[in-house]
Design a protein around this ligand. Structure first.
Ligand code: F6P
Length: 341
């Protein structure tokens, strides 16, 4: 059997660990051979296909990024997308695909699977917002990076007795903001699931200053004020119709300064959260996902996504996993109420 592997969407620490484990087990245990599709769906759409074998996956376990490249190409937004993808599969005798991606990439996989293409999905994203799995790989690394940044910001905020706003990634969900905010001792944590009241944020900031404590505000890039709209620096959209986020952190610091009379600054962590070497947990999870994904291919169990539930790796229908994003449960957020303000 020949298996095609692709990585789509924003990159994420642990992608290479999945590729390595899919290829290692596929070759050693099942005698499969592999091809890599370059830059996610772009490679399948434009027939950009590369050899992939054990020699090519040697040494990549601790490396961030993806040796296959990635893009936000949406093949269904292109004329004749389905036919062109089928042509590429046929031209290279690809029998099945392993698709490693987040909500958009796996959404395309769901559609492709409905059209009869045999494939298995692997959930990746630092945002941790794919349904059906307790965690996606990449998330743990991102939370570690954001927590370290918050730790560092505490001491400089204290030295200048100013408010520091930290903007982290999280388009639809506040998993990174909540986990890193709690781990780093943030005083205000703002997530997309819970539109925030700017007056309340300023009250929480002021109450910290009153006890001689420099407040740290952790905000997810997708957080929105109750009054008004999402704050954006840029209106451009990708092929999945997503706007480029970022801007809410700077807006918050300006509002805090104006409304409280205190100095406030912003740090936008951005792609630092996605780059570099994966944490041990992400390497472990990505490796397990890869092993179980290639088992599903071997079993002919297509149209599924591998997922972590508790400590077990299970298979869930792709259509269920991509029906909606996984959000932070309000009751989980409320658990930390005592630390806010
Ligand atoms: O893939 C998820 C994500 O990390 C989002 O949180 C963020 O909005 C997006 O990627 C930004 O990615 P890029 O700059 O590559 O478009």
């Amino acid at each position: 059997m020949r298996v095609g592997v692709l990585t789509g969407g924003g990159d994420c620490p642990g992608l290479n660990a999945v590729i390595r484990s899919v290829v290692r087990k596929g070759v050693d245990a099942y005698g499969f051979d592999f091809v890599g599709l370059r830059d996610g769906w772009f490679g399948l759409l434009h027939d950009v296909v590369r050899p992939l074998d054990i020699a090519r996956v040697r040494g990549i376990l601790p490396r961030g990024g993806t040796i296959l490249g990635s893009s936000r190409t949406n093949p269904f937004a292109h004329e004749d997308g389905l036919r062109r993808m089928r042509d590429t599969l046929a031209a290279h005798d690809v029998d099945a695909l392993v698709v490693i991606g987040g909500e958009d990439t796996l959404g395309v996989a769901t559609e492709l699977s409905r059209h009869g293409v045999p494939l298995v999905g692997v959930p990746k994203t630092i945002d941790n917002d794919v349904s059906g799995t307790d965690f996606t790989f990449g998330f743990d690394t991102a939370v570690g990076i954001a927590t370290e940044a918050i730790d560092r910001l505490h001491t400089t905020a204290e030295s200048h007795m100013r408010a520091l706003v930290v903007e982290v990634m999280g388009r639809h969900s506040g998993w990174i903001a909540l986990h890193a905010g709690v781990a780093g001792g943030g005083n205000v944590i703002l997530i997309p699931e819970r539109p925030f009241d700017i007056d309340q944020v300023c009250e929480q900031v002021k109450s910290r200053f009153k006890i001689n404590y420099a407040p740290i505000v952790v905000v997810a890039e997708g957080a929105v004020p109750k009054e008004g709209q999402m704050v954006l620096k840029d209106q451009s959209r990708d092929e999945f119709d997503h706007v480029r986020l970022s801007g809410v952190g700077e807006w918050l610091a300006r509002e805090i300064s104006e409304r409280t009379g205190k100095d406030a600054r912003t740090t936008v962590l951005g792609h630092v959260q996605r780059g570099g070497t994966p944490s041990a947990f992400d390497r472990w999870l990505a490796t397990r996902f890869g092993l179980h994904a290639i088992d599903a291919v071997k079993d002919g169990d297509f149209g599924v996504m591998v997922a972590l539930q508790g400590t077990r790796i299970v298979r869930v229908p792709l259509a269920d996993a991509t029906a909606q994003a996984k959000r932070v449960d309000p009751s989980l957020y409320d658990e930390f109420e005592v630390f806010f303000g």
